[in-house]
Design a binder for this molecule. Structure first.
Ligand code: C2E
Ligand code: MG
Ligand code: MG
Ligand code: MG
Length: 287
């Protein structure tokens, strides 16, 4: 792949300049192609949401649902949000896409509520730059008002790395969102080096332990120690702590023993289409 090729070329020095530029060109071409395809994603109705349930390990009930965006591009096929969200940020499309995701999640949530289904909250991922656009709070209010979905059943997930790089903007806007009754969760926690004193200043409800630590459990001593440190840090700040990326029973058991009683991951359920999620909500217990 292009990254590896570039790396090798750099290691080998200037003789490989031609190879290096070639790799770069290939990569930029792929980028440009994705960027131009991304412009048609919304107009062509190529985006959709999938939903991953979050469970209480003791009661085995669904306590929340994370909405995750999917892009099936007519030109490129399935593209991961890990690739196209950063691209959307670069070309200024992330506000529009983020607004679509938020509206869609609220609409779907309201429909489930109307059916009498219980799911706690819907969590929606927010890209950092959305918060910097200047009217994010208004946008969220619009989505709430427009759909009629209750703010108290909405959670917004922001990454730890973004909040650390933009403390003032984060705190001010998150406070306004909290005043509307929205819950705030800090995603990929443990990778961004926040201090306890900084965490205390953020108006948070939930810490999500990054899945890189969960995947190290039970074999890796450091991962176990970090997960436990995050759990006790969260609880000492009266925050809800949830683990993401739980794939096996050892991990679930370790978390439960360490006092982290909420979890999300392939062990319980992959992200599901709205229809499948609806079926699960009608019989919401995992075995
Ligand atoms: P994230 O918010 O940390 O989401 C968790 C990712 O882990 C999701 O990948 C999910 O499908 C995956 N996952 C869940 N359980 C497991 C598991 O047990 N094992 C493993 N290995 N993975 C698991 P996905 O859907 O590909 O999303 C990747 C990232 O893209 C998300 O990370 C989030 O940062 C971003 N993203 C996804 N949807 C949205 C969105 O609507 N808006 C924004 N701004 N970002 C989004
Ligand atoms: Mg997330
Ligand atoms: Mg995460
Ligand atoms: Mg992640």
């Amino acid at each position: 792949n292009a990254d590896a090729a570039m790396y090798r070329a750099k290691q080998q020095g200037r003789n490989n300049y031609a190879f290096y530029t070639h790799a770069l060109t290939e990569q930029s071409k792929a980028h440009l192609k994705m960027q131009s395809a991304l412009h048609s994603a919304l107009p062509n109705d190529e985006l959709s949401l999938v939903y991953q349930p979050q469970f209480d390990l003791l009661s085995r009930k669904i306590v929340g649902i994370e909405a995750l965006v999917r892009w099936h591009s007519n030109e490129l096929g399935e593209v991961s949000p890990a690739d196209f969200i950063p691209a959307a940020e670069r070309i200024g499309l992330v506000d529009e896409i983020g607004f679509w995701v938020l509206n869609q999640a609220c609409k779907q949530g309201l429909e489930w509520l109307k059916q009498g289904l219980e799911f706690g909250r819907i969590a929606v991922n927010v890209a950092g730059p959305q918060l910097l656009s200047g009217n994010f709070v208004d946008t969220v209010r619009k989505a709430i008002d427009h759909s009629g979905y209750p703010a108290s059943a909405l959670e917004l997930e922001l990454t730890e790395s973004f909040m650390i790089q933009n403390p003032e903007e984060s705190i001010e806007q998150l406070c306004q969102l909290r005043q509307m009754g929205i819950q705030i969760s800090i995603d990929d926690f443990g990778t961004g080096y926040s201090s306890l004193s900084y965490l205390k200043k953020l108006p948070l409800n939930t810490l999500k332990i990054d899945q890189s630590f969960i995947s190290g459990i039970p074999a890796d001593q450091d991962s176990r120690a970090i997960a436990q440190a995050i759990i006790s840090m969260g609880h000492s700040l009266s925050l809800t702590v949830i683990a993401e990326g739980v794939e096996n029973h050892e991990q679930a058991e370790f978390l439960q023993q360490s006092g982290c009683l909420l979890a999300q991951g392939f062990l319980f359920s992959k992200p599901l289409s709205a229809d499948k999620m609806e079926m699960l909500l009608s019989a919401p217990v995992f075995s």
